[in-house]
Ligand binder design. Structure first.
Ligand SMILES: N[C@H](CCC[C@H](N)C(=O)O)C(=O)O
Length: 279
């Protein structure tokens, strides 16, 4: 059976988007890995599967990393999601409520084509992240390959460990990112962010993503970097987050408040792939 898909991206963080409402694929991890494979499959950082909502939301949205693992949240994906369901006529709303494993999110298509998403409230208690620590703190020491680094830890529905660095271009993202991702104090692994503060309203960011490696941009990573930077007194409440592929705009008014993210969502092409999917 052929599987229809749409290739999309948010600042180069790229996705294979699958309509699971009008198709009923049963995607096993090895098939997800094949979809994501940049040589033998289509190629992407994450697969986004659209399903009918179970509760009173408009849709349910499932996210799978390139390694085939299902995860709780994806910020760049949320923007592509609302662009997809709107452009395919799966909704006539510009603002939709979406169930994810990481909680409810509310993406909205803006008149200028960008997308704003209420990404929900960040959670800082270690057991909510999850992160093994005696108690909640602004930063935590972490032993990485014999070197001690200082991280902030937060959940945006998915787990993030954010480090302040003087220069992202020379940060050990590729050598140490994987060590943070798989550090035993993160029982479900973690996304590793490297944040350089340009000024109180602007940061540069690189993210070594759980289950995908370094991506060109990470929406939840941008949210995590901004909220932890605000908590550490480094940033004001509205921040431009610059990746090498472009900017996201993040706003957070403080503890127990939602994080707002605005940025682009681009459709690249439609396609079909024969994965030998069971009906
Ligand atoms: N790698 C992430 C999922 C994708 C998040 C990222 N692509 C975003 O835009 O938020 C995780 O394992 O939690």
């Amino acid at each position: 059976m052929k599987l229809k898909f749409t290739k999309m991206h948010g600042l180069g963080n790229d996705f294979v988007v699958i309509d699971g409402i009008n198709q009923s694929p049963f995607l096993k991890p090895e098939q997800l890995r094949l979809l994501a494979d940049r040589h033998f499959g289509i190629g992407c950082d994450q697969i986004l599967l659209i399903e009918a909502a179970e509760g009173d939301a408009d849709f349910r949205y499932r996210i799978f990393n390139a390694d085939g693992g299902e995860v709780e949240q994806c910020g760049n994906g949320a923007r592509c999601f609302v662009r997809y369901v709107h452009d395919r006529g799966l909704t006539n709303k510009n603002e939709i409520r979406v169930e994810t494993h990481g909680g409810l999110i509310v993406p909205r298509l803006e008149a200028n084509g960008e997308v704003t998403v209420n990404m929900g409230t960040p959670r800082f208690e270690p057991e909510e992240i999850p992160f093994i620590a005696e108690k909640r703190a602004l930063t935590y020491p972490l032993d990485i390959g014999g070197r001690q680094i200082e991280i902030s830890a937060v959940s945006m529905g998915n787990p993030h460990a954010v480090q302040w660095v003087a220069d992202v271009d020379h940060a050990p993202v590729l050598t140490e990112g994987v060590l943070i991702e798989r550090h035993p104090r993160f029982p479900r692994r973690v996304n590793a962010g490297y944040m350089q503060v340009i000024d109180r309203g602007h940061i540069r960011l690189r993210v070594y993503e759980r289950g995908a490696g370094e991506t060109l941009a990470c929406g939840t990573g941008a949210c995590a970097a901004v909220v932890t930077g605000i908590q550490r007194g480094l940033l004001e409440s509205a921040v431009t987050v610059s990746f090498r592929s472009g900017d996201l705009f993040i706003r957070w008014e403080g503890e127990n408040q939602p994080v707002w993210m605005t940025g682009p969502a681009i459709t690249v092409f439609d396609g079909e792939i024969n994965l030998g999917i069971a009906e």
